[in-house]
Design a protein around this ligand. Structure first.
Ligand SMILES: Nc1ncnc2c1ncn2[C@@H]1O[C@H](COP(=O)(O)OP(=O)(O)OP(=O)(O)O)[C@@H](O)[C@H]1O
Length: 575
């Protein structure tokens, strides 16, 4: 509820629409409320007295009020829709912007499935709730209260029926609205799980097919889907139950009105027109209450969504921007001082007391078994995660003191899995440096061996890249990913097992280009192949998050048994 109220501030820029809409609705409802009373006079004063002129005039008045009501209704729809759609557009923009600023830890904490549901489903639900509020929230209560007031003054003899029926209707609505709120929260959570399953399957479709896991994955998806079906049915059934119960109460009220009305007509205290008008008002009251309850349900349904949206908007981004003011030119000396890191609070440390330094232009090789923390180490440098203990310095300055933009602009990362975006080879490479000159682009394409295959393509660098680079081979994707990092000529180049899918010839060409064209960049190269890091100025051997060895290839061969054994296992010979 609190979140819903807070998010309503997004309506502020559209306050005029948000006021005009409901105001026009007042016009529509006013006209609706007049109809039964006009009809009553038509029956009692016009038809009963055989006054044709009055009957026709009252008939025309009914038509006139109906047309004015229609205009009010259409105007209300137009303005309310505008306000609600603009509201959700602005909200979606802000939520997306916030997610863009999330640290990797924030994303891990929410999960991508949930974030997608929030940006799509939750915001749509909220938009609908706002629209209904502007359109119908005025209509329901106004119809309801207006009818009660009119009945009180024009059919007081029948008023006791309302005095009994209305509180009962109220209790029913409050009960069902509360109950459904809880269930709709569960529906949202179930949608999260379906989205997560779907997302995982789409991303890993090839693996699923290659391993013949379709039926297994279908089973998992069906599990999440069945869960969603179950809670959806419970929620919808609850809603479906409410309407007949409300109708039943209203019908009882009508029967009572007819019975009491006949008695009163016999007594001569009311006319037939009053009974008909009362029954009409009773229907209007029911409609008013039903539409109010419908909007209330929509709003209740939107409460959990508002909470989830607010959760994103108020999430504290754990990576804080540095104060800046430091020289934006980064040379590339990297120093780790006693750095430890754990992915979860109170969890096991993935990196333990790492201390090493690498000078500008030097190459640092990192080798170690699977899960030893190599990738994590490199993720700490552009501050995708912040170290829990110790400090990381670049050019002698703590990385937390740099503006994030400055820090990250100085680092070129080639991730283990080549992640490409739909577009062209060129647009993917330009992601590394948007304003790169053609010459810089070509140099990067040559160094990363992109040219080697792009020149054979009809469109060259303009060759289209499908979503995720699915129309390219693993090696081609890796080369484009390397080219993207190369084009920025970064002070620090991080290559995380980035040539695993590249053929030996290309790998050696890329390594040559690295030492020739990127002489000034500090190079941090993770590789499972010793041949790829043999020439490094310094090699770290990571074991279980700790530095188990440090030195040049020759030093480690002599002094580090794990390194020596790995070298021999990879076909190396030791003198
Ligand atoms: N986002 C994450 N959340 C929680 N734990 C993680 C996360 N990423 C990695 N880990 C864990 O941290 C440890 C180190 O992972 P890391 O990816 O750094 O290893 P690595 O040495 O690069 O492995 P590989 O050679 O297989 O790529 C592993 O135990 C892994 O399970």
């Amino acid at each position: 509820m609190q979140s819903f109220k807070m998010l309503l501030s997004y309506l502020k820029p559209y306050w005029l629409f948000a006021i005009i809409g409901p105001l026009l609705m007042f016009v529509e409802v006013g006209m609706d409320l007049l109809q039964p009373t006009i009809m009553q006079h038509m029956i009692d004063d016009g038809i009963a007295n055989g006054d044709t002129n009055l009957t026709i005039n009252l008939g025309l008045l009914m038509l006139g009020t109906a047309i004015i009501g229609l205009i009010g209704g259409i105007g209300c729809s137009i303005y309310s829709t505008r306000a609600a759609v603009h509201f959700s557009t602005d909200l979606r923009k802000d939520v997306f912007r916030k997610i863009e600023g999330f640290s990797s830890k924030n994303v891990d904490a929410f999960g991508t499935g949930k974030l997608i549901t929030i940006v799509t489903n939750d915001i749509t639900l909220l938009q609908r709730a706002v629209m209904m509020t502007l359109k119908i929230f005025v209509r329901g209560p106004f119809l309801f209260i207006g009818s009660i007031v009119i009945v009180f003054f024009t059919a007081r003899e029948l008023f006791p029926i309302l005095a009994v029926a209305v509180p009962i209707l109220f209790v029913i609505i409050v009960y069902f609205t509360r109950k459904s709120g809880v269930l709709f929260k569960k529906v949202q959570e179930a949608i999260d799980r379906v989205n997560t399953r779907l997302q995982e399957n789409l991303a890993g479709m090839r693996v699923v097919k290659a391993f013949g896991r379709q039926s297994f994955e279908k089973g998992k998806f069906a599990g999440a889907n069945n869960e969603l079906t179950k809670v959806n049915i419970s929620a919808e059934q609850l809603l479906a139950l409410m309407m007949p119960i409300l109708l039943f109460v209203v019908n009882l009220g009508m029967v009572a009105a007819l019975w009491l009305g006949v008695v009163k007509v016999d007594e001569g205290s009311i006319s037939v027109g009053v009974i008909l008008a009362f029954i009409n008002y009773m229907t209007i009251i029911m409609n008013g209450l039903m539409s109010s309850s419908h909007v209330l349900m929509m709003i209740t349904r939107a409460f959990p969504s508002a909470d989830r949206i607010q959760e994103v908007l108020s999430a504290e981004i754990d990576i804080k921007d540095g104060a800046g003011g430091i020289t934006p030119k980064i040379n590339g000396d990297v120093t780790f001082q006693d750095v430890s890191y754990s992915y979860s609070k109170n969890g096991e440390y993935v990196l333990k007391n790492l201390t090493f330094s690498v000078k500008q232009g030097e190459t640092l090789g990192i080798i170690g078994s699977t899960g030893s923390g190599k990738s994590t180490l490199t993720k700490l440098i552009p501050r995708l995660y912040d170290a829990d203990q110790g400090r990381i310095l670049i050019d002698g300055i703590d990385i937390q003191d740099y503006r994030l933009q400055v820090l990250r602009a100085a680092i070129g990362v080639v991730t283990q899995r080549a992640l490409l975006f739909s577009g062209t080879i060129r647009s993917n490479m330009l992601d590394g440096k948007a304003d790169a000159l053609e010459q810089e682009l070509m140099e990067a394409a040559d160094s990363s061996r992109v040219s080697e295959f792009s020149l054979k393509l009809d469109e060259g660098l303009s060759h289209p890249v499908a979503q995720g680079g699915n129309n390219l081979s693993g090696g081609q994707k890796q080369r484009i990913s390397i080219g993207r990092a190369f084009v920025r000529k970064p002070a620090i180049l991080v290559l995380d097992d980035s040539t695993s899918a590249v053929d030996a010839l290309s790998e050696s060409a890329i390594n040559q280009a690295l030492s020739k064209n990127y002489e000034e960049s500090t190079k941090i190269i993770i590789s499972s192949k010793i041949s790829s890091i043999k020439q490094a100025d310094q090699i770290l051997v990571l074991e279980d998050g700790e530095i188990a060895g440090k030195g040049t290839h020759e030093e480690l061969i002599k002094l580090n048994a794990v390194y020596r054994d790995t070298f021999i296992a990879q076909g190396g010979t030791v003198k």
